[in-house]
Design a protein around this ligand. Structure first.
Ligand code: NAD
Ligand code: UDP
Length: 323
């Protein structure tokens, strides 16, 4: 395969940094665009000296002009505390960011992949969630800026595909964790590990009976890669997630056990519109991409705990005050 020019928006973030690393190691010509709202250069510092890696500090709500063959559109704050900090900006990032990468893909005849989310299913009444489920999103709640922004982005992707024949790939990503997560992003895995290592109480929002299905980042990156190179007649959407489902209380107990912490578990007020359950139906990913996750939660948590032990958490700036 010849060398491809690949743009990764949000490439310095948690998922983006792993994806950039994989593409750089493969010898591709990689351009990373990021405004560093929820990340810092440390995630990609090791790539900066590679001749096939280029970093552009830019905000995707403003137009971009590049010549590329593939685009992975990841730019968007993903943790609730980050995307709710400036909800109007979050919506602009999803919608204007999508318009800009789709316009670029149309001009360059590039393939463009959208990092969509299981949040398009909202607080689901169907369990597990197949791609055909249309979701139960509250359009006026505090999560709407993210959920509806991502839903609008999916609409734009499919309209550019139908009307302008843009080659699109839409991936609905379920909760993902691993090294390079921001230690102050307020997401449940990073919160629990940070709290356990500091000997602080692990904070469960609500009674902890709500469930999530947690995917290790390497499995996700493989899924994104396979989707980019998947069948031409398969634009998605496709669920990429680990069907192993756990309650938040089970997760807290596992983090305490694996980190050898003496921390206790405490309950805090429940979060507004918090989905009660979430589990991907990955039948389509298996059939179309021959993809399924390989890393179990215990194994992935161990690697993530090791990462959190290896970093100086105090040197990370909290992107927003509300986590
Ligand atoms: P992250 O916050 O670590 O990464 C997002 C990156 O985008 C950051 O580097 C941030 O600085 C950048 N960014 C934000 N707004 C930008 C803007 N306007 N212009 C340029 N850059 C901007 O989050 P992540 O977990 O790596 O998520 C990556 C993508 O995957 C997001 O689109 C997210 O919605 C999607 N996703 C992630 C998960 C998950 O569990 N991690 C689940 C579903 C979907
Ligand atoms: N959560 C929690 N304690 C925390 C952080 C999150 O109990 O310190 C819960 C949160 O209410 C939700 C689940 O963990 O039910 C996953 O939250 P996260 O913010 O990681 O992701 P999302 O809600 O977007 O799936």
């Amino acid at each position: 395969m010849s060398i491809r020019r690949i743009l990764v928006t949000g490439g310095a973030g948690f998922v983006g940094s792993h994806l950039c690393e994989r593409l750089v190691n493969e010898g591709q010509d990689v351009i990373c665009i990021d405004n560093f709202f929820t990340s810092q250069k440390s995630n990609i510092a090791h790539l900066l000296n590679s001749p096939n890696f280029e970093l552009i500090r830019h905000d995707v709500t403003h137009p971009m002009w590049l010549e590329v063959d593939e685009i992975y559109n990841l730019a968007c704050p993903a943790a609730p505390g980050h995307y709710q900090y400036n909800p109007i900006k979050t919506m602009k990032t999803s919608v204007l960011g999508a318009i800009h990468v789709l316009g670029m893909a149309k001009r360059c005849n590039a393939t463009v992949l959208q990092a969509s989310t299981s949040e398009v299913y909202g607080d689901p009444e169907v369990h597990p969630q197949p791609e055909s489920y249309r979701g139960a999103v509250n359009p006026i709640g505090p999560r709407a800026c993210y959920d509806e922004g991502k839903r609008a982005a999916e609409t734009l992707f499919f309209d550019y595909h139908r009307h302008n024949r843009v080659k699109i790939k839409v991936v609905r990503i379920f909760n993902t964790y691993g090294p390079n997560m921001h230690p102050h992003d307020g997401r449940v895995v990073s919160n629990f590990i940070r709290q356990a290592l500091a000997g602080e109480d692990l904070t469960i929002y609500g009674d902890g009976s709500q469930t999530r299905s947690f995917q290790y980042v390497d499995d996700l990156v493989e899924g994104l890669y396979r989707m980019m190179h998947g069948p031409d007649d398969f634009p998605g959407p496709v669920n990429i997630g680990n069907p192993g489902e756990f309650t938040i209380r089970q997760l807290a107990e596992m983090v305490i056990e694996l980190s050898g912490s003496k921390s206790k578990i405490v309950q805090r007020e429940a979060v507004v519109d918090d989905p009660k359950q979430r589990q991907p139906d990955i039948t389509l990913a298996k059939a179309k991409l021959d993809w399924q996750p390989n890393i179990a939660l215990r194994e992935g948590l161990q690697k993530t705990i090791e990462y959190f032990r290896s970093i100086d958490i105090d040197s990370f700036r909290a992107p927003t005050p509300n986590y």
